[in-house]
Design a protein around this ligand. Structure first.
Ligand SMILES: NC(=O)c1ccc[n+]([C@@H]2O[C@H](COP(=O)([O-])OP(=O)(O)OC[C@H]3O[C@@H](n4cnc5c(N)ncnc54)[C@H](O)[C@@H]3O)[C@@H](O)[C@H]2O)c1
Ligand SMILES: [Zn+2]
Length: 373
């Protein structure tokens, strides 16, 4: 029997992954501190009493060391995510936490056989694009001054022409244009580099936007589908940044869990960063419309020219690498949204936390407004 440690195993992806592994005969231990932003009412129902659950902070050396004992594969899912203003906390939880975990494994000679880290499409600066003149290009993040003018488009880095979104391969330059993105780059580079140094197989999975049952209905900073749902269920309009035409690639949580399982069972992805997504870009305004339709709550979204500097315009994951190793997403967006709505309806009344958060983000300068939206 293989033994797994799932950090962040009370969260959306970690808990779904833990269940999938258990169903397939793995022995699973979870380490999670039940971060209050995500778990406002403490331990969620899906963390059952008889499971091997350590409630603790991964930054605590002794806690992490205890969690790593007698483990074969680490699925490192815990992270501080989203657009929150706490810069130091991101670096501490994501970058320092990962670095310390790797250090403990090496110092204590813990015989871990593989480490899989949850990276993100947030490591890219902007999605790849095609220019009519220059073909495939990798544009940099759009300058704030451009966004300030209400020009949301992505221009060719060579000639300035308007570009069209293209699939982003793993070979695209990475940088991280938000503090969160930067710490995801840290996490993936630390893990891959460490693995090569000490000869332990590692994989960094760059997930696309992930959603599904168990996605926090309390956290107003992450998960656009969860946020749009809670807004509409409170008879409030979903808020679209920019003009709502930006595109994202969505993955249903079960598919992301399957990708982790595949990365653990196969050696085809060892040592690599790997995009995990659907390979389809969907405009955010279309996501809002689909949810509205599915809920039968027809409140037009609000678009007020606000934007978040550092955000990408378009990102669709090129998934050739994952597919070559046998990954195939199984749940399309309409099916996934229906499954999420079934779950959210069973949660009773949901509150809107977004309005309050939006005010905080404005006052901290994380959300800006264009002068000419
Ligand atoms: N959801 C997405 O769209 C998405 C996209 C790309 C990457 N990711 C990455 O996937 C991973 C899982 O994300 P998720 O969507 O399941 O988020 P989530 O917030 O639902 O789960 C994260 C879990 O980590 C726990 N955690 C946070 N800080 C911790 C700490 N200091 N010590 C111990 N536990 C801690 C939280 O309590 C939570 O249960 C994260 O690394 C995230 O960056 C998520
Ligand atoms: Zn060009």
């Amino acid at each position: 029997m293989k033994r797994a440690l799932v950090t962040g195993g009370a969260g959306l992806i970690g808990s779904t992954l833990a269940d999938l592994l258990r169903r397939n005969g793995w022995k699973v231990r979870v380490l999670d501190n039940l971060e209050p932003q995500t778990h406002r009412h403490g331990r969620p129902a899906w963390v059952t009493g008889d499971s091997d659950f350590i409630e603790g902070d991964l930054r605590d050396r002794a806690t992490m060391s205890a969690a790593l004992q007698d483990i074969d594969v680490v699925f490192h899912q815990a992270a501080y995510g989203g657009y929150m203003p706490e810069i130091a906390k991101y670096v501490h939880v994501n970058s320092f936490g990962t670095a310390q975990m790797l250090e403990i494994i090496r110092e204590e000679n813990i015989p871990i056989k593989k480490v899989i880290v949850a990276s993100s499409q947030a490591v890219y600066s902007e999605g790849a694009a095609t220019c009519p003149l220059h073909g495939l290009v990798f544009p940099a993040v759009r300058p704030v001054e451009q966004l300030q003018r209400g020009d949301w488009e992505v221009h060719c880095p060579i000639c300035g022409a308007l570009t069209k979104s293209a699939l982003t391969p793993e070979s695209a330059p990475i940088g991280g244009e938000t503090v969160y993105g930067l710490t995801k780059v840290d996490q993936e580079k630390l893990v891959l580099l460490w693995g090569k140094q000490i000869g332990i197989p590692t994989v960094a999975l760059r997930y696309s936007c992930t959603y599904g049952p168990r996605q926090s209905i309390f956290n107003p900073y992450t998960g656009v589908i969860a946020i749009f749902c809670t807004r509409l269920l409170n008879n409030l309009p979903p808020v679209l940044y920019e003009d709502g035409e930006q595109t994202r690639d969505f993955s249903f949580v079960d598919d992301i869990a399957r990708a982790n399982w595949l990365a653990a069972e196969s050696d085809a992805l060892d040592g690599l960063p790997v995009n995990i997504g659907s390979g389809r870009g969907v405009p955010i305004c279309q996501v809002a419309a689909q949810i509205s339709e599915a809920l039968n709550i027809h409140i037009p979204p609000e678009t007020n020219g606000e934007f978040r500097p550092g955000e990408m315009r378009h990102l669709t994951s090129g998934t050739d690498r994952a597919r070559a190793a046998g990954y195939e997403p199984q749940v399309d967006l309409p099916t996934g949204i229906d499954r999420y709505l079934d779950w959210i309806r069973a949660q009773g009344n949901v509150r809107d936390y977004f309005s309050e958060a939006a005010e905080i983000l404005r006052s901290k300068g994380i959300v800006h407004r264009a002068t000419k939206p």
